[in-house]
Design a protein. Structure first.
Length: 503
């Protein structure tokens, strides 16, 4: 810690307000990942686009945030952690305002991209500064306070998003960031400037960064727009696919030979790290697919409002909060691979339980799997992070943690696009199959032929979407099974890791 920080230690209310400003800044960044999930039908309806196109509001934010995360270390070293944090939350507020003012899908996507780019550095910077403003003996408590925002925000996101979209307007899911960021800015400027980190002029790998943006963006557009353009029957999609493949290959070659790479890929030489990151990314893809599809299914097929869809999905965080300290405590006594396997298998069993969903199910049937799922989440999230970071050298921990966050966030963005694409495709196939099995309503039912056809069409459409949703859950179950097996490719880690680095 710098000398200035040593002679001007915060205590009492100043320390509490500074810690709250850092924690709340991180809270709104994580909140914005899930707050839009249940609002997608509202956004799509307001902007006159399909719900699957509306999911761009989710993926654009996630991809932009993922791209920016690997740059956080360089930004902090070049400009100072406090300056980067202040600039990031200011940009986050500006683009949150612009997102709320958007009147077209194109504008919303552009502003969500810049909101994600602004939000990317906030998570690592807020964590870094939490460790600087607290005395060494209380750093563990500080990281615990900071970590709670990561757990609580995804729980509150669906509730806030649903309630706001139903009672006010979807625009307010972005406007509510403004008073929170204003609070963070006021007290960050008042108390954090003295904790600025040393600045070092480090070269940045502009070519590596450009290649990263090109291949990730091209691949994301292929996944999002492929279904609308008839996939590889479209020359536009084919061109983007070629760009993504060539860009990815060029990115790998450049980063492995560059002296100062924007992404340190050398950590993948450690078998434990590679296995843990792959398992986490694949399992997170299955986890996030359900997070995206369930609110869409509840609102478009079962007639749930966004508020009640938020209530139904929010139960996922209850047991996660309770079991997080239990999982962290068991890491020191039990082979972490066993704990991860338990967590991932548990998530797979819950996904398997959902494959039996039917159109007539009640609120309890929907919310119970959400509640039970929380039991396995801490063992999966904390365990894979511990295994990954425990497999690399101490001097590689920062790079390894950033790359792991990048892979996980990217997996969530890709899963969103693939899950919604498969969901629509499976619904159309199921509709075609069911339509051939339906018999006309008898004339004695009292309906005109046109009325009978409309009733039957509605029934077929509803049941086909339910079958498509169950198919997605089967796919998620398969992903969890693959992730559980990948974990055992890693040797048991010998190093103990500060679990605060998980975020």
């Amino acid at each position: 810690m710098s000398a200035g920080a040593e002679v001007a230690r915060l205590k009492g209310w100043p320390l509490l307000l500074a810690a709250m400003s850092l924690s709340l800044a991180n809270f709104v960044v994580v909140l914005d990942i899930t707050i839009a999930n249940v609002s997608v039908p509202h956004i799509a309806g307001s902007l006159a686009v399909s719900p699957s196109q509306g999911t761009w509001a989710i993926t654009s934010y996630s991809v932009a945030e993922a791209i920016c995360v690997p740059l956080s270390g360089w930004l902090a070293a070049r400009f100072g952690a406090v300056r980067v944090f202040l600039a990031a939350i200011t940009g986050f507020a500006v683009f949150s305002l612009l997102c709320g003012l958007s009147r077209s899908l194109e504008a919303l996507i552009v502003f969500r991209i810049f909101q994600g780019l602004s939000g990317g550095p906030i998570m690592p910077m807020s964590q870094t500064l939490m460790t600087r403003i607290f005395p060494p003996e209380k750093v563990g408590m500080a990281l615990g306070l900071w970590s709670m925002t990561v757990v609580v925000a995804p729980i509150l996101g669906p509730i806030f998003g649903g309630t706001i979209s139903d009672d006010w307007s979807w625009h307010w899911i972005f406007f509510i960031n403004l008073p929170v960021v204003a609070f963070c800015l006021v007290f960050a400027l008042r108390y954090l400037l003295r904790f600025e980190t040393p600045m070092v002029k480090r070269p940045i790998d502009f070519i590596g960064l450009l290649l990263l943006v090109i291949w990730v963006s091209a691949l994301q557009i292929v996944l999002d727009e492929g279904r609308n353009a008839d996939w590889f029957a479209s020359s536009f999609i084919c061109t983007l696919a070629v760009i993504a493949v060539i860009g990815f290959a060029a990115f790998l070659i450049w980063e492995l030979t560059e002296a100062n790479p924007v992404v340190d890929l050398s950590v993948f030489r450690q078998r434990g790290y590679s296995a843990a990151v792959a398992a986490q990314a694949i399992a997170y893809a299955g986890f996030f697919s359900a997070i995206v599809v369930i609110p869409l299914f509840l609102q478009t097929n079962l007639g749930y409002t966004a508020t009640y869809a938020g209530y139904a999905t929010a139960f996922v965080g209850v047991l996660a909060v309770i079991m997080s300290p239990v999982a962290a405590g068991l890491m020191a006594r039990i082979d972490v691979r066993k704990l991860i396997t338990f967590g991932v298998v548990w998530l797979g069993l819950i996904s398997l339980l959902r494959t039996g969903w039917v159109t007539q199910m009640d609120f309890f049937t929907i919310s119970l799997p959400q509640f039970l799922q929380g039991l396995g989440m801490p063992f999966f999230f904390i365990g894979t992070t511990s295994l990954a970071l425990g497999s690399v050298r101490p001097d590689q921990t920062a790079s390894a943690a950033g790359l792991q966050n990048f892979m996980r966030t990217l997996a969530g963005a890709f899963a969103t696009s693939l899950a919604t694409t498969m969901w629509e495709r499976e619904a159309k196939m199921a509709h075609a199959d069911l339509a051939g099995l339906v018999h006309p309503l008898p004339q004695s039912a009292g309906f005109t032929p046109d009325q009978a056809r409309l009733i039957l069409e509605r029934i077929v459409q509803t049941e086909s979407v339910t079958l498509a949703t169950n198919t997605i859950f089967w796919g998620c179950t398969a992903l969890f099974a693959v992730a559980a097996m990948l974990v055992w490719l890693a040797p048991r880690p010998l190093a103990k890791v500060d679990l605060g680095a998980a975020h």
